[in-house]
Design a protein around this ligand. Structure first.
Ligand code: UDP
Ligand code: GLC
Length: 401
């Protein structure tokens, strides 16, 4: 379907880890793998993942980038200077590509300047809610200013992400929403292997609530742990994920919370796993508990494709994914009691939970919403338009070195 697209794309991502932004980017990059490069700003599992998927990847720097989510103005501006060698390298590489496609905020900073210097159009795939719930004012300002000035197109991963961008001063006319896509085939699992996995995890006779996310305060694993104390005794939980971005202290706090509440027999920390569909299939219910607005929330749609009921925190893009009472349940972010009530409802009424899950799965199947093929078609169309319209586009044969 996408074979006719003859575009050379330089994707940029700051991370070496496998977060949702990186997993989504690999899905976007795959159709272009014969003619693209994913440039990343640190070495690690993301490189290995891309190599396994046969997507060309290059680690573009071995210098850690010092700007953090909550940097102040002076810190951010003074640290921008340290990016100069990386910007120079990306500018040089970009001359062999038609489009620069930034997938994260630091990639935007580098990509924006490289786009200006190499005269290649810039696409910014915005996967964050640019508000003070998540970032310092300075970082929001830098992202919006660079996107407004340099990006020809901002692809937002939800309407909530798009609105936050516009509210922060982003130009509405350059934004469009494209939801993340998933290949339904990846979310089928064999009942025989499930019972083996359940045995392995020691959860074959329990009611299991799964939580699938990096361990991070805003992802709210502590809310689920506390909710367990209000649920029937046979409700247990598996927490799947690692602290990916330096939040080890939170991980320690979670272990302490479990010990303080005497929940050692009801909570398991499984760390980072690559067998998400099988693990989801082992669960009776999947909980999403972010206490700050979630930009999209891949795990919610993954749970639906796995035919598992979902309870999710109603903020950000999540309200675009779940219709409460029909395709899952929405609860107030951070509300322990409300979460515990939904878990207890599902525990006492498994038929209702199963019906809700299959309603959600059928809805996805019939509507084609969140299907990867559709997402990739939308992106291919946007990129083709951009190639036609952008004033930056030059005759590639004369420009490529
Ligand atoms: N995930 C994973 N292994 C884990 C925990 C999570 O592969 O141990 C995946 C999960 O299936 C999902 C992604 O990581 O696809 C997380 O994306 P999401 O959008 O839910 O949150 P993010 O971490 O990007 O904010
Ligand atoms: C970011 C967001 C997450 C989203 C993912 C993929 O990591 O935090 O909500 O699902 O990007 O777009």
């Amino acid at each position: 379907m996408l074979k006719e697209v003859l575009m050379k794309i330089l994707f940029l991502d700051q991370s070496s880890k496998l977060g949702g932004a990186e997993l989504s980017l690999s899905d976007v990059a795959k159709p272009y793998r014969n003619d693209c490069l994913v440039g990343i700003f640190a070495d690690g599992p993301f490189r290995e993942f891309l190599e396994k998927a046969q997507i060309p990847v290059q680690v573009l720097t071995n210098q850690p980038i010092q700007i953090s989510r909550d940097s102040h103005f002076i810190q951010s501006i003074s640290r921008l200077g340290s990016l100069i060698p990386l910007i120079a390298r990306v500018t040089k590489i970009a001359r062999d590509y038609d489009i620069i496609y930034a997938n994260t905020q630091k990639a935007l900073v580098v990509g924006a300047l490289a786009s200006f210097l190499s005269r290649r159009p810039l696409v910014y795939h915005l996967r964050d809610i640019l508000s003070t719930d998540h970032f310092s004012r300075t970082n929001c300002w830098i992202a919006v200013t660079l996107a407004n000035r340099f990006a020809s197109l901002v692809i937002a991963n939800s309407k909530a992400t798009q609105s936050a961008f516009i509210e922060a001063g982003g130009r509405p006319e350059i934004t469009t929403v494209v939801y993340n896509g998933f290949d339904p085939e990846n979310y089928q699992s064999q009942p025989s292997s499930l019972s083996h996995l359940k045995q392995q995890l020691g959860i074959h006779n329990q009611y299991v609530v799964g939580h699938f996310s990096r361990l991070s305060p805003w992802k709210g694993q502590h809310i689920l742990i506390e909710a367990l104390t209000h649920c029937p005794e046979d409700v247990t939980t598996i927490l799947v994920g690692d602290p990916l971005f330096g939040e080890e202290e939170y991980a320690e706090q979670l272990h302490q919370q479990v010990a303080d509440l005497g929940l050692e027999n009801r909570v398991q920390f499984l760390g980072f796993r690559s067998d998400i569909p099988s693990l989801m299939a082992c669960c009776d219910l999947i909980a999403h508990t972010s206490i700050s607005p979630e930009p999209f929330g891949r795990v919610i749609i993954e749970a639906m494709f796995c035919n598992r009921p979902v309870v999710a925190a109603a903020a950000g893009g999540v309200v675009e994914l779940v219709e409460s009472g029909r395709t899952g349940w929405l609860v107030k972010p951070g509300d322990v009691k409300e979460l515990a009530d939904v878990i207890t409802l599902c525990r006492r009424n498994p038929k209702l939970a199963i019906e809700t899950a299959s309603q959600a799965q059928q809805h996805l199947q019939m509507s084609g919403r969140f299907h990867l093929s559709k997402t990739n078609q939308q992106i291919a169309h946007l990129l083709r338009q951009l190639m036609k319209e952008t004033p930056y586009t030059l005759d590639p044969s004369s420009e490529r070195s």
